[in-house]
Design a protein around this ligand. Structure first.
Ligand SMILES: CC(C)(COP(=O)(O)OP(=O)(O)OC[C@H]1O[C@@H](n2cnc3c(N)ncnc32)[C@H](O)[C@@H]1OP(=O)(O)O)[C@@H](O)C(=O)NCCC(=O)NCCS
Length: 178
């Protein structure tokens, strides 16, 4: 039997949340989340999502954000990726990579952004590194619970979209992280 081809759909962030929420609950149940560096962090809601389906069943997802940020005080439009997940029982089968490649191609072709940025835990640096992402070494400022200040969540990774990534010492996301 030949394997089905994946189907990629781009959906509105708020409208697609109900079909993504159960997967997130399976991956990050509250009792597990409390023991991760993600505990207590207020994240922005995705504006759009790329969803990967096999045989009409959701297998992987990635959220997209676009925002004007401040790079050493200069306004710059960047694209964010967040909420990258593969359904636990189907991890390790290439779905996460496929959904990321789809998002990266979409951002390169249609987003008018200088570069893309994401946050990830230590154990996922290798996953994004294989896709060409590199660690951002500058300081990060974000909004958290109504206050703007330094954000020490590790790790911040970046990917060029249009030309080389500028050298940035301080990046203010001008809002919640994603
Ligand atoms: C991280 C995650 C999205 C990866 O998705 P996946 O479908 O399992 O990954 P893939 O099968 O597409 O892997 C693609 C490649 O990355 C590698 N890889 C996968 N996870 C990796 C990791 N944590 N570290 C290093 N490499 C990894 C695979 O070996 C594969 O390598 P190859 O292309 O050389 O064969 C998935 O494990 C997941 O949902 N984890 C829980 C939620 C999470 O941590 N999301 C990330 C938030 S930043």
């Amino acid at each position: 039997m030949t394997a089905s081809a994946p189907v990629f759909l781009v959906k509105d962030g708020a409208l697609s949340w109900p079909e993504v929420a159960p997967m997130r609950e399976r991956i990050y149940p509250p009792e597990k989340l409390i023991n991760t560096p993600m505990h207590g962090i207020e994240w922005a809601h995705a504006q759009r999502r790329v969803l990967l389906y096999l045989d009409d069943i959701l297998r992987a997802v990635a959220g997209i954000h676009e925002r004007e940020v401040l790079c050493d005080g200069q306004k710059l439009r960047v694209a964010g990726i967040g909420g990258v997940m593969t359904e636990p029982e189907f991890q390790g089968q290439g779905h996460g990579k496929q959904v990321m490649l789809h998002v990266m191609e979409l951002l390169r072709t249609e987003a008018q952004c200088a570069f893309s940025l994401l946050f990830c835990e230590d154990h996922n640096v290798g996953f994004y590194g294989k896709l060409g992402w590199t660690l951002f070494e500058g300081d990060m400022v974000v909004e958290q619970h109504g206050t703007t200040g330094p954000f020490s969540f590790r790790n911040v990774m970046v990917l060029p979209l249009a030309g080389p990534i500028p050298v940035v010492r301080k990046l203010d996301l001008c809002g919640l992280p994603w």
